[in-house]
Ligand binder design. Sequence first.
Ligand code: R1P
Ligand code: URA
Length: 292
Amino acid sequence: MQRIPESELIINHRGAIYHLDVRPEELAHTIITVGDPDRVPAVSKHFDRMEVQRQHREFVTHTGYIGQKRLSVVSTGIGPDNIDIVLNELDALVNIDFDSRTIKPEHTLLNIIRVGTSGALQADIPVDSWVVSTHGLGIDNLMNFYRHEENDSEKQLLQAFITQTQLNHRISQPYISAGSASLMKHFAGEGIHAGITVTCPGFYGPQGRVLRLGLSNPNLIDRLTDFTFGQHRITNFEMETSGIYGLGRLLGHHCLSLSAIVANRVVKEFSKDGSLAVQGLITKTLEVVSTL
Ligand code: R1P
Ligand code: URA
């Protein structure tokens, strides 16, 4: 078994992984990820018992119990670059032996559920509603650094998307991954919209927002809104889902992304109090997750 060098798998003086500062035994196998570090206590306040609290940079981790169910909630901060760090480190915590620095012979599967905020790309998905991502479609390039391949139905969807959006290589080579069907079924018919989530490498230009700068692809938002492929359409965009789905699939985990809609980019509204929709989504997620 090949030993992973100190420069590649970085373990600190506590025996914890570099960025998250979490030790293997401090992580549960069901994990809720949130972007905002302040959202971690908004989830863990529902725990019956707190076991571990860690913080390093924007990565806050709380591990505890709801009834018999052990859960961790981890903040990722914003963006696909942080998802590269968080997904790789979560996986290393369960699938690499930190003493021998070798991959464990038995794979441990994590359930990873993102509870985030997002902008809707359809007029009929109002602010303060919720979306579950059937697919994460990345225009952020993260997965292009990893050997990966879409399945046939994803390839067809992706080709139709590239034709529709006219995204050129100067911007990105889009990629796509479906979310976990086994997690998604728990959220079906729960008053949650379902559709493709586009993940962007920024909040302003990459999501078509104009403040003082012009856009290289000014029609992008309209093209995303108008895209259809069979029963699929793009419901929303944000900044983490495609990396979670893409890396989660390669690493053998079950991942799902849920979003509270705080902006509607078609009708140009922003939520008066996005925290209410986020709180409701946390409650719904914990109801489901504590039964997994
Ligand atoms: C941008 O404001 C951030 O909000 C969304 C985006 O994905 C991005 O991270 O999610 P979170 O509220 O979970 O951070
Ligand atoms: N998060 C995003 O990334 N975009 C939005 O419009 C709202 C939240």
